[in-house]
Design a protein around this ligand. Structure first.
Ligand code: SF4
Length: 363
């Protein structure tokens, strides 16, 4: 798909107050050299996140969603690197920043939570100590994160009446950890899976980020806990005035909490719309396939139709529309011509498909 296929989308969020996007990603391309060739995990992505909105980024495993998030955070695994494009946060390019500036940004304006909090929480410190440490670092009064756990504990333990400790308790209360004051003294392994994820959210929001990236934050949790945490995320977004980029393979999660949705397939965004518009009027054949293969809460007995085939190997994809080999509507041109974005519905609803959009532009 050509990188000039679209200008960054404008949004439908009526609560955007500044007129400029909080996050603006332009023509982003992230690649990994391998012994078999170059993997292009993110292939010319244009995307915006507006202030005060939750944007869902949805797609199957292997579509490039997580590498996209890592690219924004500046934590792409070696030897991967961003080879083209730009990422602007509040008007400043993140790609121009030094490693030190990016590190500071990750503790402040930018924050991320992952699917498995056990990989992100330090097992040797209590939950309260870890949140207090984040608060102290954000306030620029904390000690280095590289200090040994024992020393951190002494420093933090000596300041349990400190502002940072009080803030840690408040944050645990905000994410509805019961008896937050006493549970702050527990270690991560003493929390249930849902409580650990809540603690991660508390830690991520304790530095009051402008943008929170949540990568499959509820996938490992049972459905009831998942629903509670999604509700909390939505409430916390308003309380802390944080925008959220929610990355998931789960359309039900998207329909539950997102204002807008971008659908990603094989490294590319293929459709963007408000959540309501996307679910009521999906246009791209891939989005239609995703919806047809997802159980509906309001019609659990409906027959599901899986999408045939698998996400392609992202090494040198030889066909223009990446979805062409799986698409029930594919024509010969789909393998040869890059689909550009076209208006396909209400508001800023756009899809990158040669067989959609104004009649005169369709195949
Ligand atoms: S109709 Fe063609 S361009 Fe559209 S998704 Fe299918 S293969 Fe791609």
């Amino acid at each position: 798909m050509s990188s000039d296929r679209a200008s960054p989308s404008t949004n439908e969020s009526s609560d955007s107050t500044t007129g400029s996007s909080l996050l603006e990603v332009k023509s982003l391309k992230t690649q990994f050299p391998t012994s078999r060739g170059t993997v292009t995990a993110v292939d010319g992505v244009d995307l915006t996140v507006e202030r005060g909105e939750i944007l869902g980024l949805v797609g199957e495993s292997g579509s490039g969603k997580s590498v996209f998030a890592q690219s924004i955070m500046g934590i792409v695994d070696d030897p991967g690197r961003i080879v083209d494009g730009d990422i602007q946060l509040a008007g400043e390019s993140l790609l121009d920043k030094s490693a030190g500036d990016l590190e500071a940004l990750r503790g402040g304006q930018l924050s991320m939570i992952f699917q498995d909090p056990m990989n992100s929480l330090n097992p040797t410190l209590t939950v309260g100590e870890q949140i207090a440490e984040t608060v102290r670092l954000h306030q620029d009064v904390g000690e280095s994160v590289s200090l040994p756990a024992e020393l951190k504990r002494k420093l933090l333990g000596a300041t349990k009446n400190s502002e940072a400790w009080r803030r840690a308790i408040e944050m645990l209360e905000a994410v509805e950890i019961p008896e937050a004051e006493s549970r702050a003294g527990d270690y991560p392994h003493e929390f249930s899976g849902g409580m650990r994820q809540r603690a991660m959210i508390a830690m991520a929001l304790s530095c009051e980020p402008d943008l929170l990236i949540a990568d499959e934050p509820t996938t490992a949790l049972d459905v009831t806990v998942q629903a509670q945490i999604l509700d909390e995320l939505r409430d916390l977004k308003d309380t802390f005035d944080t925008s959220i980029l929610l990355i998931t393979h789960d359309l039900a999660v998207v329909s539950e909490v997102c204002d807008r949705v971008a659908v990603m397939y094989a490294g590319e965004i293929v459709e963007r719309a408000s959540a309501r518009e996307l679910f009521s009027n999906p246009q791209h054949p891939y989005t239609q396939g995703l919806i047809a293969s997802t159980p509906r809460l309001d019609a659990p007995d409906d027959e599901l139709t899986p999408i045939q085939g698998n996400v392609p190997d992202l090494i040198d994809i030889p066909y223009a529309c990446h979805f062409a080999p799986r698409c029930p509507e594919a024509e010969r041109e789909c393998f040869e011509v890059d689909p550009d974005f076209r208006e396909v519905g209400e508001g800023d609803h756009e899809a990158a498909c040669l067989r959609r959009g104004p009649e005169e532009r369709r195949l």
